[in-house]
Design a binder for this molecule. Structure first.
Ligand SMILES: [Fe+2]
Length: 403
């Protein structure tokens, strides 16, 4: 079967031809077919062409765990690659009612690091707030990457507004920052027409999935998250303004970030022939940390990969860049390996978002991302109970209830 003549009878045995590659953006077509649910478990897609081999790998990487990739050498030194759409096993940790107390919530999170609450009516937001530490312990994005507006008539904030056409890479919410939430809640107000799953990943398993060489390379080492800020809001090239933290000058902003524990550098860069003041903030974070007896990979390193920012930000400077402690850039090969390790640790917890679904994560156990989608989607986020990394006896641990 060819891409140009798909039929409604499954399983498909689709073979990508040179003709397909010449006439259309095959990857985008396959992506759309996947999101809209047209590629079904049991369907096979094969390729004998070098260009489309890469496309099949990309497809399997975009929807981790949903395809089995195999390769076969042929007599004429060519290679045949195939992806088989599979139904991954689902780990169900679903409840119809909210827990009675925070202790009960912790119990429900203890085995898998996540819990899904599913009912016909919206869950009580006041009760959710209490469960994650109370109103005093809610965390806002004031010092994070993007200021977020609140969803109308709700205590939840909008999730990050990245393009619906792209995936959002796995990350632990705000773990590139000095303090971050222990609990992260996602509430589905409106599911997308197709796709838009909030993907979740086991951070302990992600570390185990790394090669021993990679584990040795990053264990006990730090990564520096670097961010550039300028005065002007909505600058064409720079994404962040110090006005977003209500600083009236670069000196105000330096005082703010140094107080939080960041290292600040103020210098000038050339912007279209004019020098412009740039304030760079730097913060060393662990690659690996210990939490509740587990060795976990800090997935926020993956979420800040330069190749992803190039894809979603175009000519704008990346929001974050990553360096070793000696200020050399992190190699992209390492980031790809870490991305693969995290994605291999994906937890399948439901078929798709339904209205009123509430997903609560232990942000240190489980990383999250988002798949591309079609149509409108409204999922709100609420975060509570501060945690922070602490270096203790040669390893990074997490202080769970820092306040
Ligand atoms: Fe996030």
């Amino acid at each position: 079967m060819k891409l140009a003549s798909l039929c409604s009878k499954h399983p498909w045995n689709l073979i990508l031809h040179q003709q397909d590659l010449e006439n259309s953006d095959v990857f985008e077509t396959l992506k759309q077919l996947h999101i809209s649910g047209e590629i079904q478990p049991g369907d096979k897609i094969s390729s004998y062409d070098k260009v489309s081999l890469n496309i099949l790998e990309q497809l399997a990487k975009l929807f981790p765990g949903e395809y089995r990739l195999s390769e076969q050498s042929l007599l004429n030194q060519n290679v045949c690659q195939q992806v088989l759409r599979v139904s991954p096993p689902v780990t169900s940790n679903t409840f119809a009612e909210l827990p009675m107390s925070r202790d009960q919530l912790d119990k429900e999170l203890s085995e898998h690091g996540y819990a899904l609450f599913r009912a016909d009516q919206p869950f009580d937001e006041k009760k959710i707030t209490e469960l994650i530490g109370g109103k005093d312990k809610l965390i806002s994005y004031k010092h994070g990457l993007n200021a977020r507006n609140q969803v109308p008539h709700s205590i939840f904030s909008y999730v990050t507004p990245w393009s619906h056409k792209e995936e959002i890479l796995p990350h632990n919410e705000l773990s590139h920052h000095t303090e971050f939430p222990k609990y992260v809640c996602f509430m589905c107000k409106q599911p997308a027409q197709h796709g838009g799953e909030t993907t979740i990943y086991d951070c302990e398993q992600a570390f185990k999935n790394l090669s021993s060489t990679c584990q040795q390379e990053i264990r006990g080492r730090n990564v520096v998250f670097v961010r550039k800020h300028v005065e002007q809001r909505d600058h064409e090239e720079y994404d962040s303004s110090w006005q977003d933290i209500s600083a009236r000058s670069s000196q105000d902003a330096i005082a703010h970030w140094e107080n939080l524990g960041y290292t600040c550098l103020l210098y000038q860069e050339d912007y279209n022939g004019t020098p412009i003041d740039v304030l760079e903030t730097q913060l060393e974070r662990p690659f690996v940390y210990h939490y509740q007896g587990r060795t976990c990979l800090n997935a926020s390193v993956v979420g800040a990969a330069a190749y992803w920012y190039r894809q979603v930000m175009g000519d704008k400077k990346p929001q974050l860049s990553l360096q070793w402690s000696d200020r050399k850039p992190l190699p992209e090969k390492l980031l790809h390996e870490m991305e693969d390790a995290v994605k291999l640790a994906r937890i399948f917890y439901f078929d798709r978002w339904r209205e009123n679904d509430l997903l609560i994560l232990d942000n240190l156990r489980v990383a999250h991302g988002r798949l591309p989608f079609l149509g409108d989607r409204l999922v709100g986020i609420l975060m509570g109970t501060k945690a922070r990394f602490k270096f203790q006896v040669n390893e990074w641990i997490v202080e769970e209830t820092y306040n």
